[in-house]
Design a protein around this ligand. Sequence first.
Ligand code: BGC
Ligand code: BGC
Length: 634
Amino acid sequence: MNKYVLILISLLLSLSSISQNMIYDRLDIDQKVDSVLNLMTLDEKIGQMTQAERGALENQTDIAYYSLGSLLSGGGSAPASNTQQGWANMYDDYQTIALQSRLSIPLIYGVDAVHGHNNVYGAVIFPHNIGQGCTWNPELIKTANQIVAKEVAATGIDWTFSPCIAVPQNERWGRTYEGFGETAEIQKIMSGASVEGLQTSDLSSPETILACAKHFVGDGGTTNGVDQGNTVVTEDILRELHMAGYVDAIDMGVGTVMASYNSWNGQKLHGHDYLLNDVLKDELGFEGFVISDWKGVDQVHESYREAVKRSINAGIDMVMVPDRYIYFISILKSLVESNEVSEERIDDAVRRILKQKFLLNLFEEPFTDNSLASSFGSDEHRNIAKQTVRESLVLLNAKNDVLPLQKNNQKILVAGKLATDLGSQCGGWTISWQGSTGNITEGTNILNGIENIAGTSEIIYSENGDNNEDADVAIVVIGENPYTEGEGDRTSLNISQEQVNLVKKVKEKGIPVIVLLVSGRPMIIGEVLPYSDAFMPLWLPGTEGDGIAEVLFGDYLPKGKLTHSWPKEMAQIPISFGDENYNPLFDYKHGLQLFPTAVNSEELLPYAAVTDIQGNAIYLSLTDYITDLDYSSN
Ligand code: BGC
Ligand code: BGC
């Protein structure tokens, strides 16, 4: 039993240790929370409201000295030994120090496990949320998140800043891929499922972790898709479009909500009393705690003191400082002493934080459960990720009989450097904050996946498409390199000229060309489509590249459907389902559910490339082609 309980009991009672335990067990969670709160000094309370980045700790003993409530690893902030065991040791070391504080209140440690435990080498990496959305399969996404929770728990970590339930309206935004799609419909389907997977109904289980619905609210609606920008919408739209998924997340018991960097009609969310206190907490009944975003408080006012005051009073309960934690603590303390922040507000924040710690059973089981280690990165986990990949792929179009590929007697040319780039396939928030190209972790790249599934068909890889052998069919992989947040904001989403040329060059061989797109969002593909006989976005599929090949070779039918309307050109963005004069290249929810063949060509409009297999022109111009492309949704 913890030190604080003993102190409490010795203050109140003098009973034998057996009956002390019995009394303690009978307290409900709120009573337990109060029993701790009643023992806390103001310094200890403010410490609980403080989250520091691990790398920013001046001394590890500061954890106990300031009784810090929480630590985080920012994107890519890993221990020297970046393995499951290295993380577990790190966590246990920090926790040991936290338990040396006067009241032995355990730390809660948070990470951005946004598509797997993505900072950790060897973790299973799932498709980013945009791909998860395209599965339209909340049961699968729930299972995927159960696995994420297990891998996170295997390193001791208690909490993920996930799911991101942004509703991205403008594909220029670098975080488009972190949301499930452009409508409240998909946000609602996936937010509850993700939270349920991470937390289940039993947060105290060693296999579950605390979730965080983020970023509240309107992050996906900023003008021109500018990261951290201003969302100019009416309150009705804010509620119906951007907030709807929070209702489901709260119903599912989500333990934390992260405030968003963006403003709503000019006012920063971090200091938004009405949206945080009145709407989120009072009206929606959110009983967990609100965490700020990384230095998000700092943006509320040019004076840090004023910024802290407004944010805490607006309902932020824990501040992701993340570096100058000693300064933050001194500022918040002086605000309480001058009555600019009330003690009731502090008590409310600390109650909310302690409650989640009790629900997680951290007081009883503060350390890593080592029995989970063996499942970390296991085949069982990879298989679920592979299924998620398969179901997330959206076959936008395919000429009759081009797919599936044959597993024997074929020579298949694979071109494009993204075919061998595991890092780009994973995207941002993988091993590092921005992500990076190359062999950044364990996994199967697209080419290796094709080789694994191709049977006796011969695979020839040529990065630039040059080859002297006669291939029967080609796969060209194009798309984006990793990014996240503001660094991924773009004014153009056109396919690069180099990649357009690559597709053309391969098409000039006179063979069918299947184009695969690795990207965090729909891109402008009009220049490439005329030279492709099938086109399939892969989104950011993660480490299980076999899942892509399994669909290409027909082990599974294509299943994914778009959660974004696919724009014809940049000028059409932002385009969303329900717009007036809605006329995208591919509709929201479009996605072929089988491979078009000559037999069923009457049911599905087959797409043929500009030149057919014999080299005869089919479309005279791109405009003809685009006008002809008229897939209706569903
Ligand atoms: C992001 C959050 C993330 C936090 C911690 C911020 O920059 O906006 O989504 O959870 O950093 O890494
Ligand atoms: C951190 C991220 C954080 C970002 C915000 C990075 O250095 O690693 O976690 O979101 O800074 O600017």
